[in-house]
Write a protein that binds this ligand. Structure first.
Ligand code: 6AU
Length: 259
């Protein structure tokens, strides 16, 4: 068991970034550490599930490049739902190029990610320039980013010294990096939020290398602040009641870490 053991309220007070403060206060108010990964390909399907599951999550995470009918109106609707249900928008773009290129990818093209996504994630593999590139636009907009310091997939290379170097990079950019995508507790610095994907009610794997642990395992043993759940919810016969189950499992696990 990791050493944080602080309530969301305390964590909200001890972190610096306004987005982290907002996230912890949403988690406190809505009693949820659940992020919905809404990996669907039609905007209406996404908006429909987000409107029904929105009350139970603190974050909605998108992969906008899989949306077949992407439009500005889709983004406007998604942003309206974020206000209506009080959650944060996370575009899972995993930027991984030189600073100038990622800055262009962040601002331009069809998706104009910087104009609507509160959070994006970044692979640390190119070095600090990848953070600087996103930060150049994101800082003044009040955005934040997460470093992919560890991965959930079988045989991934984000381990050992790579993960340690990622933590160092985050420490050098505390004004913009608000945390990690990870599979374990990487630091006790209250400025960094740990978000863990690869979560399902029963552990196991998929046919393409994804590896799952349970909400309890992710929060209590791996030290996740936020659990990220995709297919466990979106492929369930009843996504709303299933989302409630994940919310409860994740939140109860959090309560156990406070004891
Ligand atoms: O629950 P799933 O397996 O349906 O979906 C997991 C989601 C997917 C992945 O692209 C993403 O989480 N993900 C990430 C992220 C969030 O960066 C990193 C990782 O190591 N594993 C992972 O599954 O949208």
């Amino acid at each position: 068991v990791f050493a944080v053991c602080k309530s969301y309220r305390e964590r909200s007070e001890s972190c610096q970034h306004s987005l982290s403060k907002k996230l912890y206060s949403i988690m406190e108010t809505k009693s949820t550490n659940l992020a919905l990964s809404v990996d669907l390909t039609k905007s209406n399907d996404i908006l429909q599930i987000v409107d029904t599951v929105g009350p139970f999550v603190c974050i909605v995470k998108t992969h906008v490049d899989i949306v077949e009918d992407f439009s500005q109106s889709f983004v406007n609707h998604l942003s309206d739902l974020a206000k209506k249900h009080n959650f944060i928008l996370f575009e899972d773009r995993k930027f991984a190029d030189i600073g100038n290129t990622v800055n262009c990818q962040y601002n331009n093209g069809i998706f104009k990610i910087s104009s609507w996504a509160d959070i994006v994630n970044v692979h640390p593999v190119p070095g600090e320039g990848v953070i600087a590139g996103i930060k150049q636009t994101g800082l003044s907009l009040g955005r934040g980013c997460l470093l992919v310091a560890e991965m959930s997939s079988k045989g991934n290379l984000a381990t050992g010294d790579y993960t340690k170097a990622a933590v160092k990079m985050a420490e050098n950019h505390k004004d913009f990096v608000i945390g990690f995508i990870c599979q374990s507790r990487l630091t006790d610095d209250p400025n960094f939020i740990h978000m863990t994907p690869g979560v399902k009610l029963s552990s196991g794997d998929d046919a393409l290398g994804q590896q799952y642990s349970t909400p309890e395992d992710a929060v209590i043993n791996k030290g996740a602040d936020v659990i990220i759940v995709g297919r466990g919810i979106i492929q369930a016969t009843d996504p709303v009641s299933t989302a409630k189950q994940y919310q409860q499992a994740g939140y109860n696990a959090y309560l156990q870490t406070l004891k």
